[in-house]
Write a protein that binds this ligand. Structure first.
Ligand code: NAP
Length: 277
């Protein structure tokens, strides 16, 4: 049997249409949903990500405000800018592009974003609320993955889920979201022993490692659900998807799986923030 392809490209396209309609309804009521993006320094990859996020805002009729700060910016200067945006009633969401230059205390800056404007789901408070099942904006990549899982009606309750990676924006929130869906969750990281054996028992695997094809196709259990969050210049992810259609029950393609859902979730959560006013 051929595996179910979890098509993030298509789901995000359909979602954009519905977001566009909701944005237009809000604009008629006098509210223009607005995302402030903060880019510190001139890392080319970060510049590209911010540009893609602002382009998506424009496509759905949302406003975006581009804040660009030099790579010599201090923590205090960035905190001041975030406070200014927190206080601006016209701004519904704040995105601080990760990573910031090393002299900046990134965690402190993330946590200074008001939780009601934390549409990228990066604050400790937002993470804590989400983990406790309290309404919160999820970190966009794992929240986008959960939207894919729900859209395709995959029931993860009771599944043995393995998340490879424990970063604050991806692996950790992913694990908590799967736990909240009643999966039994194992988190692997760089000190984990015998990852291959752990993955061989997984009914659901999330690759969030940042190493091309780190998870080998022959480690995957037959009929597992395979989610690949990675994306590398060689157009592959963190999982070797060779033969995936014959062996998995469902999988995310690379590209066109998890990636498009991330930006779509950011825009959706900005809209939700604007709708709450
Ligand atoms: P990250 O911050 O670099 O974290 C990588 C995680 O992988 C860490 O927890 C690390 O463990 C673990 N790891 C590294 N080497 C390992 C090894 N040999 N064995 C087991 N675990 C290992 O990366 P990230 O930001 O979470 O991103 C992960 C992947 O997702 C990347 O490919 C990135 O491009 C992709 N991503 C995609 C999107 C999207 O929109 N599609 C968004 C964000 C990220 P330690 O904690 O022990 O160091």
């Amino acid at each position: 049997m051929s595996a179910l392809k979890l098509d993030g490209k298509e789901l995000s396209r359909v979602s954009e249409d519905s977001i566009k309609n909701r944005v237009s309804d809000l604009i008629k009521k006098g509210v223009k949903p607005t995302l402030a993006t903060i880019l510190v320094g001139n890392d080319p990859a970060s510049e590209t990500y911010v540009k893609m996020k602002r382009n998506t805002c424009a496509r759905v009729g949302m406003e975006s405000i581009a804040v660009e700060m030099p790579d010599t910016t201090t923590t205090e200067e960035l905190l001041l800018k975030i406070q200014e945006l927190n206080a601006n009633d016209k701004v519904h969401g704040i995105l601080l592009q990760h990573p910031v230059p090393s002299q900046i205390d990134e965690r402190k800056c993330f946590d200074s974003i008001g939780v009601n404007k934390d549409v990228d789901g990066v604050t400790c408070l937002g993470f804590g609320n989400m983990s406790m099942g309290i309404d919160a904006y999820g970190s966009c990549t794992p929240a986008g993955i959960i939207r894919l899982i729900n859209h395709y009606n995959l029931n993860v309750e009771g599944l043995n889920a393995v998340v490879v990676g424990r970063s604050p924006i991806l692996g950790k929130p992913m694990a908590m979201m799967l736990l909240n869906l009643n999966a039994t969750v194992t988190i692997c990281h760089s000190r984990t022993k015998d990852i291959e054996r752990i993955i061989q028992n997984a009914d659901l695997v999330v690759g969030a490692v940042g190493i091309p094809k780190f998870i080998k196709s022959n480690w995957l259990k037959k009929d597992a659900i395979v989610i690949d969050a990675g994306y590398h210049p060689e157009k592959c992810g963190d999982i070797d998807l060779d033969g995936i259609e014959e062996n998995a029950s469902a999988y995310t393609p690379v590209p066109g799986g998890v990636g498009p859902m991330t930006i779509n979730t950011l825009v959706l959560q900005t809209l939700e923030s604007a709708e709450k006013l």
